[in-house]
Structure formats: structure tokens, C-alpha cells
Unconditional design. Structure first.
Length: 282
């Protein structure tokens, strides 16, 4: 195993628009060991695009350039489409933000998990795949897994749909998991339980986790390191437990916008952006 599970250098992503191209990710470089790496920033800052580029699931009209993109010693820039497909779902997985757009609406959710299991092991008997699917549903704290197994996605609540998505991605225990707002629809109790499952996978299996979130407090408690993104680039990287010591004015502004129970009743401050941030480098 290589020391770094993921290495990315100078990733750039642009999309066509009237009159030219619009840059969405601008020169992102990062590395990931077998750890929990948080990526925070406002919507549109390029967090999810960076994860999708790593998995190779960006649309065909996106213009991508990167100097280096390596996963566990595999050069993804030179990898064939067949190799990229074989990595996705097995060694690399992604928990998407909204299960409504990720689950097949005309297929029972349990069968979707079974399908994910059997793609990874075609010789596995269907009965054993059913047992594994029920076990992983129970692991994400779904109280009646047999009943939920037989439901269609539209019959699930938002939080339950999100747990089904998490179950589908962790059942094959990937080496890399990209979690895009995986707990946004969960209540605090279930959120804690799901995070403990992800933490156990990182600890026991040596998995690398990229945790994309808007929740700075959650990231500071759960992750090992934090990357702060603004307008498609990284402006700061620091240890998660030292997030409150951040020096960049953008990170400081995000922290200042967080309400506190015992804080003043004055309106929360509005983030004052500066043009110089667009030229910042960590």
C-alpha cells in the first residue's frame, strides 16, 4: 500500500457557458491517507465536483485537467474506462447528497443493495446476498430491516433514504469513501450512530474517508484534517481539532456565522468577501 491513498495535483474543472468556459474548480491539490478528511465551504465552492472528478463521474461536457490524480498507486489519468468502472462501487464509493436522485425509483431498495453486493461477487449465492443486505440495513439503525427491504424509494422518509444510501455504499467496505453531506437529513441520535459506522470502517479497515459538509462543528469533531474551499480553490488546510484557530478571513467568517446557544441575541454577522481571496493559495 502506498503511504497516501489519494494524491491530486492542480485539478481544474470548467463548464461551457455562453461566451466561453466557466471555471468551477481552480488548481486544487490535496492528499489523503487512511484518515478522515473534511472538506468544507459554501455551496458552489467545488467540494462535490472534486469528489466526482476523483470517481470519474463528471458529465462528458465538463473540461477537466489535472497534473496528477493517483488512487492507491493507480494513475487515474491513464486508467481505461473499464478500470475506472471496476474501481467504482468496489474500492471507491460515494454517498450522494440526496437519495431521491440516487436510488432507482422503480426498484425495491433491498434489491438495489443486493445488486451492489453481487456486482462485487457474482459467485455469491442470492440468499447470502439477501442476508448481507438485511445485516447492513440493521447496521445503519433501521429498526425493521425486513419491511424496509421491500419498500420503494418514494416510500422512505428523507432520513431513511439517506441511511439506505449509506448502507449501499459501505456494504462492500471500499478503500475510499466520499461522503457528500451524508448526515444532513438525519436527527442527532441517528447521525451519531452513522458517524460511528464510518469511523469504525476507517479504524478497522484502514479506509480513507472524504467527508464533504457545511457543518463546521460536526467536521471539527469527526474528522482528522479539514480543507476549506472558496470559489473553486483551497484557501486553508488545518487539523480538525484546531479549526477554531483558522487564520484565513474566509474560514474565520464562516465560524463567526455559527450561532451559539448562550451567545448574544444580535443578528449573525454577514460574511464580507474580498477579491483577494480569489488569488489565495494555502
Amino acid at each position: 500500500m502506498s503511504e497516501n491513498l489519494v494524491e491530486i495535483e492542480n485539478l481544474r474543472i470548467a463548464f461551457p457557458r455562453e461566451g466561453g468556459m466557466s471555471d468551477a474548480v481552480r488548481g486544487v491539490s490535496l492528499s489523503l491517507g487512511r484518515e478522515k478528511l473534511g472538506i468544507v465551504g459554501e455551496s458552489g465552492s467545488g467540494k462535490s465536483l472534486t469528489g466526482r472528478a476523483l470517481l470519474g463521474v463528471l458529465p462528458s461536457y465538463a473540461k477537466i485537467s489535472v497534473d496528477k490524480m493517483v488512487f492507491d498507486g493507480i494513475d487515474l489519468t491513464a486508467a481505461s474506462p473499464k478500470l475506472r468502472r471496476s474501481l467504482r462501487g468496489g474500492r471507491m464509493g460515494m454517498i450522494l447528497q440526496d437519495p431521491k436522485f440516487s436510488l432507482n425509483p422503480v426498484m425495491r431498495v433491498g434489491l438495489q443493495i443486493v445488486e451492489a453486493i453481487r456486482i462485487g461477487d457474482k459467485k455469491l449465492p442470492k440468499r447470502e446476498a439477501f442476508k448481507q443486505a438485511l445485516a447492513v440495513l440493521e447496521a445503519v439503525h433501521i429498526r425493521d430491516p425486513e419491511r424496509v427491504f421491500s419498500l420503494y424509494p418514494h416510500e422512505l422518509s428523507g432520513g431513511m433514504g439517506q441511511r439506505v444510501m449509506i448502507a449501499m455504499m459501505v456494504v462492500r467496505e471500499p478503500d475510499l469513501l466520499i461522503a457528500d453531506e451524508p448526515t444532513s437529513a438525519l436527527d442527532v441520535t441517528v447521525q451519531t450512530q452513522v458517524l460511528s459506522i464510518l469511523d469504525e470502517l476507517v479504524t478497522r479497515r484502514g479506509m480513507g474517508l472524504i467527508f464533504i459538509s457545511h457543518d463546521l462543528r460536526l467536521v471539527s469533531r469527526f474528522c482528522d484534517r479539514v480543507i476549506v474551499m472558496y470559489a473553486g480553490q483551497i484557501v486553508e488546510t488545518l487539523r480538525a481539532d484546531r479549526l477554531n484557530e483558522a487564520s484565513h478571513p474566509y474560514t474565520r467568517g464562516l465560524l463567526a456565522c455559527l450561532p451559539t446557544i448562550d451567545g448574544p441575541l444580535d443578528p449573525l454577522p454577514v460574511l464580507q468577501r474580498q477579491a483577494s481571496w480569489l488569488e489565495a493559495r494555502p
